[in-house]
Design a protein around this ligand. Structure first.
Ligand code: CUA
Length: 341
């Protein structure tokens, strides 16, 4: 009672705000807030299973409590000494309890749940005709390719809203798991294997994805975003990826020179620039991306500068080393990269 006294209420209010916040805030990564047909089928099955198993749990608890409260009274009035318990037979008989509770009831409960799960599996079949995106897991980022459009990007998957998108999933190194909770379930990315998967977003929006399989120190920071756009905006996005980006200003040209000589180009590619490294994420159109470091940091000038200067401060264990550049050179490099819109 004292917990809720007027004087204390303001102290616990933030706690309630955090607890309730789970319900009120726009869900970023909740499979119970589906935003596409596959995720909706999975969420529906989840609620059916949850309801079914909650009913079973409640029934078992009622029987358990009944046994706990009733049995001692019965035992005290029956002959315990001869090992028989004449008073504990239920009205439907012992065999009736075993057949009813052990055979018929499980069949009645589990058969519908099994049928619902088969229906869900059928609803999750990949569509045949769809835009294809190839996603390759790396420690700890996502390579994203549109093979028919000739687009290469990283850590962001642009899709048209309301259309199924076929995904070819592969891994460069270890087992990762591709997971966008609001759009579909998980699918493993296995070295030497290709898994076909699909997603569809009902409405335009940003849907966060996360690696779902422990893959090393930065597993938790291996995230990405699916950006679903209206079809015309998606077409515009595709068209804009084809533009070749040249450094325009003096500072950008200086930054480009640093990009080519300071080691960046050995690991990263920029469309139209040779040689093209393939160790790290493709940096074409980096300036138009929302996030840096696999959805770790918002793509601001300050963050990009700090990231290039010392990626290990943000993502220890990642392959990108510290960059030993003077302040002016670093700023020029950032200006060049930000200019890649
Ligand atoms: Cu990739 Cu966990």
């Amino acid at each position: 009672m004292a917990l809720f006294s007027a004087g204390r209420l303001h102290r616990v209010a933030p706690l309630f705000a955090v607890l309730l916040g789970g319900c009120a805030v726009e869900p970023v990564q909740s499979m119970l807030h589906p935003a596409g047909p596959a995720a909706a089928a999975i969420a529906r099955l989840w609620w059916i299973m949850f309801s079914g198993f909650t009913a079973v749990f409640v029934l078992v608890m009622i029987l358990l409590l009944r046994a706990v409260w009733k049995q001692p009274a019965r035992l005290s009035t029956t002959a315990v000494g001869d090992g028989r318990d004449a008073g504990s037979n239920p009205p439907w008989g012992r065999n009736g309890l075993i057949v009813g509770g052990g055979v018929i009831l499980p069949i009645l409960v589990l058969t519908p749940l099994y049928i619902f799960s088969l229906q869900t599996s059928a609803a999750l079949q990949s569509p045949v005709e769809a835009l294809t995106v190839r996603v390759v897991g790396h420690m700890w980022w996502w390579e994203v390719r549109y093979p028919h459009q000739g687009i290469v990007t990283a850590n962001e998957i642009h899709i048209p809203a309301g259309k199924p998108v076929r995904l070819e999933l592969a891994s460069f190194d270890v087992i990762h798991s591709f997971w966008i909770p609001r759009l579909n379930g998980k699918r493993d990315m296995i070295p030497g294997m290709e898994n076909v998967f699909w997603i569809e977003a009902d409405k335009p929006g940003i849907y966060r994805g996360q690696c779902g399989e422990y893959c090393g120190t930065q597993h938790a920071n291996m995230a990405f975003e699916v950006i679903a756009l209206p079809q015309d905006e998606f077409d515009a996005w595709v068209a804009a990826r084809e533009a070749r980006q040249r450094p325009a200003s003096t500072t950008e040209r200086r930054g480009f020179k640093i990009f080519m000589t300071a080691g960046c180009v050995q690991c990263h590619a920029v469309r139209g620039v040779q040689p093209a490294g393939n160790v790290g994420p493709d940096l074409s159109h980096l300036g138009s991306r929302r996030m840096l470091g696999a959805a770790l940091l918002p793509n601001t000038r300050d963050n990009l500068t700090a990231w290039i200067a010392d990626p290990q401060a943000f993502k220890p264990g990642s392959k990108m080393p510290r960059t030993e550049l003077g302040s002016d050179d670093l700023q020029a490099l950032v200006t060049y990269l930000e200019g890649l819109k």
